[in-house]
Each structure stands twice: as structure tokens, then as C-alpha cells.
Design a protein around this ligand. Structure first.
Ligand SMILES: [Zn+2]
Length: 268
């Protein structure tokens, strides 16, 4: 074991602290993904622009287009320093920015603290950060872009080819069963009702969850996602905020279920 590895094992809070800082920085990067990927995902003719859009143009205010100074770009601190407004034009900075940064820090910190400072904990943390970005995009745009979901699916199978989180067989079972189950439900719903109740992106996302966590946690994830989705729909219906035949994004529920399953919640 390296000296750093030894230190992190002896001082779990140091490992958690480092994970929180890394999570804050990655949360800042997630804001770039969430802000720029949907435009490409919604317009196939712009597909070539991805992933170049992740680095160009540099961070700038979408309102006045002025470049953002480095110290205003620090995760969380930048937003607090600016009190949520652009330094140049005073336009409000969406609260999504500090929220994703904070969530990134919390998710990676919790993952490393919960699972112990090792590669598996870091892998789960990164998996949860990708889900966070997908949930944010689905909430805002009702899409789950292939550019993010498919690499997540394959990287889960790759990680578990070396049995990092579960056995390779369990990962394949989870991915295939999750995908086929949701695809079957989607087709059955469409056959009966004549409309789509969920998108194919949801099936691909469940396949990715299966690839990372295996069969049983995937079923837990699905159950939590269905229950939270139904509860949210019921509340919105009672508040008369739900339009007739309106589809709710399923991605955030799936992400929530996967978070619970990754922390050891098991309903089967
Ligand atoms: Zn501005």
C-alpha cells in the first residue's frame, strides 16, 4: 500500500474531506455537462459539437457573455462571493450551479465515508455523480442523453469485469433484465394506451444501473423509482399542477433509487 493509501485508511475523515473537495470540483464540471449537453442531444445535426463543447467556449455569463474570473468559478465559494449574481451584468446565476456543486461534494463524501476509502468507493461516487447530472438534465429537459447514458452503461460493465462492485455475471444480469423489463413495460403501455408512458432513455438508464450494481439493487432502484414517481404524480395531481396525459421525468426517481440501493437499501 502506498504512503498516501495508508494515511487515508488511518484517517478516514481526511479521505472524506478530500472526496468532498473532489466532489465539489466535479460538481462544477457537471454544471458544464448539464448546461451544454441538452442542446446537442436535442439537435442531432449538432452531434459533432460534442464533446468539444465541454471545453470550448470557456466559462462565461450566458447573459452578458463576459468571461468568468477564476475566483468566481470556484465551486460554491464563487456563487457565495457573487451572492448569486453575475459580477458584470448582475444577472441572476441559476441556483442549479451551487446546488449541483454541493450535491457533488456530498455524494462523493458520503460514498467514500460509507464504503471506506478505496477504489470501489471512488467508482460508486463517480457513478452517483453521473446519475446526478442525468437527473438534473431529465428534470429540466425530459431527456436522458445517450452521450451520457451509454458510456455509463459500458463503464459499469467494465468496472465489474474486474468484480469491483459485483460479479461480472450479476452486472450483465442486472443490465439485461433491467433493460428488457422496462422496454417490455413501455411497449405494453403503448399497446394498451396508444401513448408512451416513459421514454427509451429510462430503459437504457436502468441497464446502466444494472451494469454498476447488479440485479437485486436494480430491482430495488426500480421499485423506489416507481413509488416516488407515483407519489410525486399524486401530489402534483392533488395540487392541480399536472396536465392531462402529461409525462413526468422518471430519471430523477431512478437516480434516487440507485443512490439508496448503493447505500445498501434492499427491498428484495
Ligand atoms: Zn453577466
Amino acid at each position: 500500500m502506498t504512503a498516501l493509501g495508508q494515511l487515508l485508511t488511518q484517517e478516514p475523515w481526511l479521505a472524506t474531506g478530500l472526496a468532498v473537495v473532489l466532489g465539489l470540483l466535479l460538481g462544477s464540471f457537471l454544471n458544464v455537462v448539464v448546461g451544454r449537453l441538452p442542446a446537442v442531444a436535442l439537435a442531432p445535426e449538432r452531434a459533432d459539437e460534442w464533446p468539444g463543447l465541454l471545453v470550448r467556449p470557456g466559462s462565461h455569463c450566458p447573459h452578458c457573455h463576459n468571461a468568468i474570473r477564476w475566483h468566481h468559478n470556484l465551486p460554491l465559494l464563487g456563487w457565495l462571493l457573487l451572492r448569486g449574481r453575475c459580477h458584470d451584468c448582475n444577472a441572476a446565476i441559476p441556483v442549479r450551479y451551487p446546488l449541483l456543486e454541493l450535491a457533488g461534494g456530498v455524494l462523493l463524501g458520503v460514498s467514500v465515508h460509507w464504503h471506506g476509502p478505496d477504489l470501489a468507493a471512488l467508482a460508486i461516487g463517480l457513478f452517483l455523480l453521473a446519475l446526478l447530472a442525468l437527473a438534473a438534465i431529465d428534470l429540466e429537459h425530459q431527456i436522458l442523453p445517450d452521450q451520457l447514458v451509454l458510456p455509463l452503461l459500458w463503464s459499469g460493465l467494465l468496472v465489474n469485469a474486474f468484480s469491483v462492485l459485483t460479479s461480472p455475471q450479476d452486472a450483465i444480469l442486472g443490465a439485461a433484465a433491467g433493460f428488457l423489463l422496462l422496454t417490455g413495460l413501455r411497449l405494453a403501455y403503448r399497446a394498451l394506451r396508444g401513448i408512451d408512458g416513459m421514454g427509451q432513455g429510462d430503459a437504457k438508464l436502468i441497464a446502466a444501473i444494472g451494469a454498476w450494481l447488479g440485479l437485486q439493487p436494480t430491482m430495488t432502484t426500480l421499485l423506489i423509482a416507481f413509488v416516488t414517481g407515483s407519489l410525486v404524480a399524486l401530489v402534483l395531481h392533488l395540487m392541480r399542477r399536472l396536465e392531462h396525459r402529461q409525462c413526468l421525468p422518471f430519471g430523477p426517481g431512478i437516480a434516487l433509487g440507485a443512490l439508496a440501493a448503493s447505500l445498501g437499501v434492499s427491498l428484495f
